[in-house]
Write a protein that binds this ligand. Structure first.
Ligand code: CS2
Length: 462
């Protein structure tokens, strides 16, 4: 089909997830002959992926793998790009370009900060200056990170940052702030989206499989599953995109929330629980966890009993069973410690809604209490065979220090962690029955080992 001439999408964040999810969708659209979906890929800081893309002629391989099959696809949707920290003006120019119709983002939970907003605002201001109020100026801005109401959050972040900008700030290029505010409200369509595909970080095994299968060196090859979902709110700058996206399997819906809620509270929540358990048990990846039947049973019951009654996606039993199968995919080396990274930002979105919904209904989410105790045990940083591990989290040192300080006094340990309101809000640390239950589980895990404690939980809860 040849290369498309136009980079109509600016994507921020060139991690594995983008390259094996949205980039594959855009690639398919390009292959169907719609040349508007080439991606200008912006790495926020790290230049490595871009450097590899350049030397590989803007191509990389994605292995779609299960226990029974493996096939390789070559993705060439990303056509050009730059590193934001090094070439900020190129990002701004690209955001202002009339060719650009979409902005997509995968900058992770911790990327939604004022620095991101400032970059986007400069781009929007340049676009306003260049394209004015014509319909060509309209832009779909689609956050593809695992945040609740990701589009609304990004919009609020941008508009709040703009309103707090004053003349002395670093943002000198925004022009009249009131006019820019009105322009953004009218021209930028911040759609909420739900994105799903399990994409582990690349590994040496994946790169060598790529070498064997393709006979070429690919420094950024990835492995993933065949399943993918992308559900986008029907709030697009160009409404004719709806049919275009649907033609390759993207769902466009009026309300993303039931999808997003099920994704975060069923998939991501049980992922985080399994990952914490796996790390403590010395299991390296999620498929290993799923091959350990008490952990698989736990995930099944956590989703069925604690979570499903409070989420609204249709056919939840089938959704849950499909998730369990996906987690068990032995071809995905999805490391427990990768999933545990940034837990202090993930757990509020993944676990807290289930706690809150259960407690409002006067119920006790027994499996979530156990998962919470596992998370606390995880923070010790040493598995049950005595091997130390590390993970990345902006609060890692603080959390680990609290656990070490209070280890041995289960209630104090639990309280000290539940009192971190940026993770748990106000309620859980004041909920005596909850503190008591989590402490009891922590005691059991600490004194009998995680598997015995889990066995007791699965035996005693109905
Ligand atoms: C995972 C997600 O790393 C993690 O925290 O739970 O990346 C998960 O694999 C994706 O959201 C699946 O779509």
């Amino acid at each position: 089909m040849g290369s498309p001439a136009v980079t109509g999408v600016v994507h921020l964040g060139l991690g594995a997830f983008h390259r094996a999810h949205q980039a594959c969708v855009f690639d398919q659209l390009i292959q169907q002959g719609d040349k508007r979906w080439g991606v200008f890929g912006v790495a926020m800081h790290n230049p490595d992926v871009l450097a590899a893309l350049k030397t590989q002629g803007w191509q990389y391989a994605v292995q779609v793998a299960s226990a029974h099959a493996s096939n390789w696809q070559t993705i060439s949707a990303i056509q050009d790009g730059c590193v934001a920290a090094l070439e900020r003006q190129r990002v701004v120019d690209k955001l202002a370009s009339a060719d650009t119709r979409w902005v997509t983002l995968t900058v992770t939970e911790k990327g939604y900060d004022s620095a991101l907003a400032q970059l986007l605002l400069e781009g929007f201001a340049a676009r306003f200056a260049q394209l004015g109020v014509s319909s060509a100026a309209r832009l779909t801005v689609a956050s593809c990170d695992n945040l609740s109401h990701n589009g609304d959050s990004l919009r609020n972040l941008c508009l709040n940052t703009l309103m707090h900008t004053n003349q002395d700030s670093a943002l000198k290029n925004l022009g009249d702030i009131t006019q820019l505010h009105a322009w953004i409200e009218k021209h930028c369509f911040f759609s909420n989206t739900m994105v799903d595909r399990i994409v582990p970080q690349s590994s040496a095994a994946c790169l060598s499989a790529a070498r064997d299968a393709l006979g070429v060196e690919d420094k950024i090859a990835l492995s993933t599953e065949s399943f993918w979902e992308w559900v986008i709110e029907d709030k697009l700058a160009d409404s004719s995109d709806v049919l275009v996206l649907q033609s390759v399997g993207v769902q466009v819906v009026s309300d993303v929330q039931p999808f997003e809620e099920a994704k975060l509270c069923m998939l991501n929540a049980s992922h985080s629980a399994l990952a914490a358990m796996g790390a403590v048990l010395g299991l390296s990846n999620i498929a290993d966890c799923m091959a350990t039947s008490p952990l698989r049973n736990f995930a099944h019951r956590f989703m069925t009993e604690d979570i499903a009654p409070f989420v609204r996606r249709p056919q939840l039993d089938a959704y849950r069973d499909a998730l369990l199968e996906r987690f068990a995919n032995p071809a995905l080396q999805h490391r427990a410690l990768q999933i545990c990274s940034d837990n202090s930002l993930k757990l509020p979105l993944r676990w807290l809604p289930t706690y809150t919904a259960n407690r409002i209904a006067n119920q006790m989410p027994a499996h979530l209490a156990f998962a919470t105790a596992c998370w606390i045990r995880f923070l010790q940083g040493i598995d049950e065979s005595g091997n130390a591990y590390k993970w990345s989290d902006p609060l890692a040192n603080h959390l680990q220090a609290l656990v070490h300080q209070n280890w041995g006094d289960d209630q104090l340990c639990v309280l000290s962690l539940l009192q971190i309101t940026s993770i748990w809000g106000e309620a859980p640390s004041k909920d005596l029955a909850w503190v008591e239950l989590v402490s009891r589980h922590l005691h059991a895990i600490r004194t009998q080992g995680l598997l015995q404690a889990l066995h007791d939980l699965l035996e005693t809860t109905p």
